[in-house]
Write a protein that binds this ligand. Structure first.
Ligand SMILES: Nc1ncnc2c1ncn2[C@@H]1O[C@H](COP(=O)(O)OP(=O)(O)OP(=O)(O)O)[C@@H](O)[C@H]1O
Length: 231
């Protein structure tokens, strides 16, 4: 289980996270909803070690992650799919997937077949450059690269952003499969309410750096959620 406790994060004098506490449990999909600029990416950067917290703490399965570098967190089992995918455009699909080897022991340095079962297009495009893929295919590649690291929790930053509906469905199916078959914890941040409602077990809503609502996805009040998502 991932636990964030009373997290505060600043960019200079500007405060992006204000006392955030949340948990993401094993075998469950936890979704953090919020509109642009409320601090969702900052939260994930704090969890993955891309940006330090000013105060508060992050722990995973009882291990405190504060002060640990991103690669150390990857070794602890945190897989990250960043906003905008951040794949390497000039490297092939295979090389992009292999870039996930860094935190692995030598014996684990192979691409699990499961990734190609989830996203067959990656197999057919192994020799193509990442930059030649469509946005949706790049998103699948970014998820595949995170899965290469054998994560215990998959952390996704707006996986539906700018992606066509058919691929959004494939990504939703893949996330559900990962929860059900591997018991992985999934934490995703989103602005797309319907995707979140269909997929999530537990939902948090963020506004201006704070959690303003928390509850089971099944009991989410849609009008209230939409209110927080409109500017
Ligand atoms: N590197 C940075 N330096 C200064 N301010 C930043 C930086 N990154 C983000 N911010 C500010 O912090 C606040 C939260 O940004 P963040 O990217 O976490 O929000 P978000 O909810 O993920 O939004 P989006 O969906 O647009 O990514 C915003 O006001 C943003 O302008």
């Amino acid at each position: 289980m991932l636990t964030v406790e009373n997290a505060n994060l600043h960019y200079g004098a500007a405060q992006a996270l204000r006392g955030i506490s949340l948990t993401a449990e094993t075998g469950r999909i936890t979704c953090v909803l919020g509109r642009n600029g409320v601090g969702k990416s900052s939260l994930l950067r704090a969890i993955t070690g891309q940006h330090p917290l000013s105060s508060g703490s992050v722990a995973f399965n009882g291990v405190k992650l504060d002060g640990m570098a991103p690669y150390g967190r990857a070794r602890e089992g945190i897989g990250y799919v960043p906003q905008g995918r951040e794949i390497f455009p000039l490297l092939t699909v295979r090389e992009n997937l292999e870039s996930g080897y860094a935190p692995l022991k030598r014996s684990e340095r192979f691409i699990p077949n499961e990734i190609f079962s989830l996203f067959p297009v990656l197999h057919t495009m192994l020799g193509r450059r990442g930059g030649d893929l469509s946005g949706g295919q790049q998103q699948q590649l970014a998820i595949g690269r995170a899965l290469v690291t054998r994560p215990k929790i998959l952390v996704l930053d707006e996986p539906t952003e700018g992606i066509q509906p058919s691929i959004i469905k494939d990504i939703g199916r893949a996330i559900r499969y990962l929860r059900d078959s591997t018991g992985m914890a999934i934490l995703l941040v989103e602005q797309y309410l319907d995707f979140c409602r269909e997929l999530a077990d537990h939902v948090y809503i963020m506004d201006r750096g704070s959690i303003v609502h928390e509850g089971a996805a099944a009991t989410l009040d849609e009008p209230e959620a939409r209110q927080h998502l409109t500017v």
